[in-house]
Write a protein that binds this ligand. Structure first.
Ligand SMILES: [Zn+2]
Length: 83
């Protein structure tokens, strides 16, 4: 059972009331998708699209940072091809 679920259409966290994905949920997602970062990116991409439709007054770049921006901050030890 996951208490840190998004509450739509506001995209707040049912567990802690913060903006979803909250810090706790991000940690949970990273643990759940350990070893499958592409799958996590696809999942968050879907949430990003849904949130963009719900939160039409929110600037797109802020939504992108909120849903996708934290993903690229994770270490990727197998990927040293990036400039
Ligand atoms: Zn939460």
């Amino acid at each position: 059972m996951n208490l840190h679920a998004p509450v739509r259409p506001d995209w707040t966290c049912a567990g802690c009331g913060g903006h979803w994905p909250c810090h706790t949920r991000r940690s949970q997602l990273l643990a759940e998708f350990d070893g499958a970062p592409a799958s996590l990116t696809l999942l968050m991409g879907g949430h990003f699209i849904d949130a963009a439709q719900d939160l039409r007054t929110e600037p797109a770049h802020l939504l992108y940072e909120r849903f996708m921006g934290w993903l690229r901050q994770q270490p990727r030890p197998d990927d040293d091809q990036e400039p």
